[in-house]
Write a protein that binds this ligand. Structure first.
Ligand code: ZN
Length: 88
């Protein structure tokens, strides 16, 4: 079993290989990530980390904000990594 890590963040001009990326919600630059979920596909475990600034993360203590955040992340992951999900 191998593990692949994926980092999800907003579009920006920052270098893709760096630690700093745009917050998924407000686009502020941040190195902070949230460990969002794991998806197992064949023999690979895919770990998804979301770049999220401390200010947006604070809002997640409100459950409806968190639900909104998690739906958004699921949509992004499903769009970007279609092959991990059964088609149809
Ligand atoms: Zn933010």
């Amino acid at each position: 079993m191998t593990i692949q890590e994926h980092y999800i963040y907003n579009n920006s001009n920052l270098p893709k290989a760096g630690w700093i990326h745009a917050c998924i919600e407000c686009r502020e630059y941040t190195s902070k990530t949230i460990f969002f979920k794991v998806i197992q596909h064949k023999n690979v475990i895919h770990e998804f980390h979301i770049h999220c600034c401390p200010r947006c993360k604070k809002r997640h203590s409100n459950i409806s904000n968190y639900i909104e955040f998690s739906k958004m992340c699921d949509n992004i992951i499903m769009g970007k990594y279609k092959s991990l999900f059964p088609s149809g």
